[in-house]
Design a protein around this ligand. Structure first.
Ligand code: NAD
Length: 494
C-alpha cells in the first residue's frame, strides 16, 4: 500500500497547523486494518481557540464584508486548487475510508471542487427584495452572513459532504469551524491547508479533530457559534439539535435513511436492475441515500430478484486502489460486524438470506464483506426499518400501487425514494404521495445542487442546496426608509 498519510493530524486554527498535543486516536486503513496515522484530539480549550479565530475573522473581517467578486475569486481559486490536487486528495480519502479510489477521483473530489464553483456563481446572482406597495416608504430586504458556523461531518463521504458545508458557509460571508468524523480526518486536513494555499484569509475556515462527545460537543456548546450544520446519524442529530436549541442556535440536520426503491412492472427492467444495484452498492453501500429497501411488484419479482442476486455475486470486491474494483472494504471493524450482524437478524426474524452475509476472509485483514441481499418477511422487520449503512439490500414484494406507496411511507425515515416505471399515472401518484425529501424517477442518485436536498421525518430538518443554503447561512434584514419627510405626530408639543 502506498503510504502517504501524515504521521499525525492536528487542528488547523487561524491559518496554521496546531502542534501535536492531546489524546492520540488511531487512524486506520480499512483495506488492511493497519494503523496509518494518528489524530490529536482537540479538547474544549482548543475548540475555544478555533471558535475565537473564526469569531475574529467574522467580527473584524475582511471576509464578511469583502466585495462579492473578490470572494468569488477566492472560491474559484479554491476550486482549481482542489482539482490540481485530485490525486493527493483522493488517495488520502481512500486510505481513510476504503472507498474506491477511481470513484473518489471521478466523483467525490470533482464534487468538492464543483461545490466552490456552484456557490461562487450563486452569490454572483443574489439580490435582495424591495417592497414599494406603500408609496410613503421604500422597504428593502438585504441578506447578511450569520456569523460563525459549526460544521460537523460524517465518515462516509468526508470530502464531498464537508466541502459542501464549507463552500456554502463561506460563500455567503460566514466564517466556520469544521469538525470531521474522528475516523476520517486525513483528506479534510489537507483540504483545509489547500484552502489557504488558494488565498483564503486566516481564520475563515478552522479545523478541529476529535470524537463527537469531546470535540463535537464542545463546538456545538460554544457560545461563539451562531449556527450548526450537521450531517450524520439520527440519534446524534437529536442530541446536537437539543444542545443547539438551548442556545437558540439554528441547525440543519441531514440524517439517516431507509429509502424505498420501488420497481413497478411498468419499468424498463434492465434500467431498474442497474439502478437498484447502484442504489445499494455504490460508495461501498455506505450512503444515507441508499435505496436499501427494494420493493418489487410481484408479477416481476422472481425474475428481478434472481437477476439482482446473480449480478450481486459478480460484483468485484477488493482493493479500493485497484482500477477494476467495484466494492471496497467497509469503513471499520465494528461497522463491518454490525452490518454482518443484520444477516442473522434477518433470518431470526423469518427472512431469507439470498446472498452474502459473510466476511471475505480470503481478502486478508481488511473489512471486506460479500454484498448481501435478503428477502424480508415483512416491512416491520428490522432489516426494513433500521438503517444498516452497508452493502445490504432488503427485498419486499407488493401487488398494487397503493400497497407500494403505503410500504414506502411506513418508515420513520423519509430521506429519498426511487421510482422505476414508464407508466405516467403511476409515476405521478408515486411522486406526489411518497413522503420523502427527494424522489428520483428512473434514475439512481442525482444530486441537483440548485434544488433542496434533505429529509422528512427522522431523516432531517432543513435542507441543503442553493436557495436553502442562502436561507440558512444568511440573516434577512429589513430596512424601511420614508420616500419623503413624514408628517409625524408631535407628542408632548401641544
Ligand atoms: P455520527 O452521527 O456517528 O457522527 C457524525 C459526526 O457527528 C461525527 O463527526 C461525530 O464525531 C459527530 N458527533 C457525534 N456525537 C456528537 C455530539 N454529541 N456533538 C457533536 N458532534 C458529534 O454519524 P456517522 O456514523 O459519522 O455517519 C453515518 C450517518 O450519517 C448515517 O446515519 C448516515 O445516514 C448519515 N448521513 C446522512 C447524510 C444526509 O445527507 N442525510 C449524508 C451522509 C451520512
Amino acid at each position: 500500500m502506498p503510504h502517504t498519510a501524515p504521521t499525525t493530524v492536528t487542528s488547523f486554527i487561524d491559518g496554521a497547523s496546531v502542534a501535536p498535543a492531546g489524546e492520540p486516536l488511531p487512524v486506520s486503513y480499512p483495506a488492511s486494518g493497519e494503523r496509518i496515522s494518528e489524530l490529536c484530539e482537540a479538547d474544549a480549550a482548543e475548540v475555544d481557540r478555533a471558535v475565537s479565530a473564526a469569531r475574529k475573522a467574522f467580527d473584524h473581517g475582511p471576509w464578511p464584508g469583502l466585495a462579492t467578486d473578490k470572494r468569488q475569486d477566492v472560491l474559484l481559486k479554491i476550486r482549481q486548487t482542489v482539482l490540481d490536487h485530485v490525486d493527493e486528495l483522493a488517495l488520502l480519502e481512500c486510505l481513510n475510508t476504503g472507498l474506491v479510489l477511481r470513484e473518489l477521483k471521478d466523483r467525490h473530489v470533482a464534487r468538492a471542487a464543483y461545490n466552490f464553483r456552484f456557490f461562487a456563481e450563486f452569490i454572483g446572482q443574489m439580490a435582495g427584495q424591495v417592497y414599494g406597495q406603500n408609496p410613503a416608504y421604500q422597504t428593502v430586504v438585504t441578506r447578511e452572513p450569520v456569523g460563525v458556523a459549526g460544521l460537523i461531518a460524517p465518515w462516509n463521504a468526508p470530502l464531498a459532504l464537508a466541502s459542501m458545508k464549507v463552500a456554502a458557509a463561506i460563500a455567503f460571508g460566514n466564517t466556520c469551524v469544521l469538525k470531521p468524523s474522528e475516523q476520517t480526518p486525513l483528506a479534510l486536513a489537507r483540504f483545509v491547508e489547500l484552502l489557504h494555499e488558494a488565498g483564503l484569509p486566516d481564520g475563515v475556515v478552522n479545523l478541529v479533530n476529535g470524537r463527537g462527545a469531546v470535540t463535537g460537543q464542545a463546538l456545538v456548546d460554544h457560545p461563539g457559534v451562531d449556527l450548526v450544520s450537521f450531517t450524520g446519524g439520527t440519534e446524534t442529530g437529536r442530541q446536537i439539535m437539543a444542545s443547539a436549541g438551548r442556545r437558540l442556535v439554528p441547525t440543519t440536520m441531514e440524517l439517516g435513511g431507509k429509502s424505498a426503491n420501488i420497481i413497478f412492472d411498468s419499468a424498463d427492467i434492465d434500467q431498474a436492475l442497474n439502478g437498484a444495484l447502484l442504489g445499494i452498492f455504490s460508495n461501498n453501500g455506505q450512503q444515507c441515500l441508499a435505496g436499501s429497501r427494494i420493493l418489487v411488484q410481484r408479477s416481476i419479482a422472481d425474475d428481478f430478484i434472481d437477476r439482482f442476486v446473480a449480478r450481486t455475486e459478480r460484483i468485484r470486491v477488493g482493493d479500493p486502489m485497484a482500477d477494476d474494483t467495484e466494492l471496497g472494504p467497509l469503513a471499520s471493524e465494528p461497522h463491518m460486524r454490525r452490518v454482518l450482524g443484520y444477516a442473522d437478524i434477518a433470518t431470526s426474524e423469518g427472512g431469507r438470506l439470498l446472498t452474502g452475509g459473510q466476511r471475505r476472509d480470503d481478502l486478508g485483514d481488511g473489512y471486506y464483506v460479500k454484498p448481501t441481499a435478503v428477502m424480508a418477511p415483512n416491512n416491520d422487520a428490522r432489516v426494513c426499518q433500521e438503517e444498516i449503512f452497508g452493502p445490504f439490500a432488503s427485498f419486499l414484494t407488493f401487488d398494487t400501487v397503493d400497497e407500494a406507496i403505503a410500504l414506502a411511507n411506513a418508515s420513520t425515515f423519509g430521506l429519498v425514494s426511487y421510482v422505476w416505471s414508464n407508466d405516467l399515472p403511476t409515476v405521478m401518484r408515486a411522486t406526489s404521495e411518497i413522503r420523502a425529501g427527494v424522489v428520483w424517477v428512473n434514475t439512481p442518485m442525482m444530486r441537483e445542487l440548485r434544488a433542496p436536498f434533505g429529509g422528512y421525518k427522522d431523516s432531517g430538518v432543513g435542507r441543503e442546496g442553493g436557495e436553502a443554503c442562502r436561507d440558512f447561512y444568511t440573516e434577512p434584514k429589513t430596512v424601511s426608509i420614508p420616500t419623503a419627510p413624514l408628517a409625524l405626530r408631535r407628542l408632548g408639543d401641544n
